[in-house]
Design a protein around this ligand. Structure first.
Ligand code: AMP
Length: 300
């Protein structure tokens, strides 16, 4: 059976026993029947092309909640690069099969078209996230976090979850969502989840399917550099470590370093002087030929 969000009717489609909704009204009708006083609802927002990283978030959500909504929506307003948006994998049918492997009757999929989220005009709101949005991804993907903030706010309004799950893989995004909740006072608890990695250390990502086997093997260098950064952080200063990281990518035939930062985990500002009791994290963005990957690691 070929399915896409367009082919889903107003009502839930029972695809291999998984409830899949294209319309918020149908989703809400079912959720309204379930909601009673102690009912806990979890939300896991995704852009699909699901992998074990996404499934680990969903498993956490299933532990904490009576029911989990997994949204699958490639959000156009968070892409600042048309080619990246066009190449983003869309694999709803395979995604639903992966969700089935979790063998839970408590998962619902919300896989809308843009109109269900945005109405007839697809636009993004402008946010002030206290400067978090100007660092790293914000510098290299202008407007990205306005798009993220807009869609996550819409999803919170539509689904009204008690708990929402986000991966530390996108650590800056997680910090920004926490800030969004602080600013809007939306009554949802944000749960951060650890990064799932391939055996070679490469952080799992929907974009990895665009890599050849050789590129995947080569891309393991990203995590290996982060691990060495962590070792060096105890004894070397940040400037020296940054120089060392630059050197690791200088003559690489496949990988191009976009940025590497050591930053304060709370403000995301690049480290100045290492301060006691402050938490630091290293962040990296690397192109594997055309494909842009990000990763990060806690340093202390
Ligand atoms: P995406 O579909 O890329 O928008 O990701 C949806 C959610 O899954 C986000 O909260 C991501 O941070 C999270 N996620 C993506 N990859 C991983 C991973 N390798 N480990 C843990 N969480 C992840």
């Amino acid at each position: 059976m070929q399915i896409n969000a367009n082919s889903l009717s107003l009502q839930a489609v029972n695809f291999q026993m998984m409830k899949v909704f294209a319309r918020k009204h149908a989703l809400n009708t079912l959720l309204a029947q379930k909601k009673e006083e102690s009912f806990q609802l979890g939300l896991v927002p995704t852009m699909g092309a699901l992998h074990q990283g996404h499934l680990s978030l969903i498993q956490s959500a299933l532990k904490d909640n009576d029911c989990v909504v997994v949204s699958i929506f490639v959000n156009p307003t968070q892409f600042n690069n048309a080619s990246d948006l066009n190449h983003y994998p869309r694999t709803l049918e395979a995604d639903i099969k992966k969700l089935k492997t979790l063998s839970s009757p408590n998962i619902m999929v919300y896989a809308p078209e843009a109109e269900d989220i945005y109405g007839t005009t697809i636009s993004k709101q402008s946010f002030n996230f206290d400067g978090l949005e100007h660092q790293m991804e914000g510098k290299f993907r202008p407007g990205h976090f306005d798009g993220v903030g807009t869609v996550v706010q819409r999803l919170f309004e539509i689904v009204q979850p008690n708990n929402a799950y986000f991966g530390e893989k996108d650590f800056q995004q997680l910090a920004i969502i926490r800030k969004l909740v602080e600013l809007t006072k939306f009554p949802v608890k944000i749960v951060g989840c650890p990064i799932s990695r391939e055996k070679n250390g490469l952080a799992m990502s929907s974009r990895n399917v665009r890599l050849t086997d050789i590129e995947q093997t080569h891309a393991a260098k990203i995590f290996s550099v982060l691990k060495t950064t962590k070792e060096k952080f105890g004894t070397e200063d940040a400037t020296k470590i940054k120089e060392w990281v630059d050197q690791q990518f200088e003559n690489d035939p496949i990988l191009t370093l976009e940025y590497f930062e050591i930053s304060n985990e709370l403000t995301l500002e690049p480290i100045d002087e290492k301060q006691d009791k402050m938490k630091y994290r290293a962040f990296i963005a690397v192109y594997v030929r055309e494909v842009r990957l990000i990763d990060n690691i806690a340093l202390n």
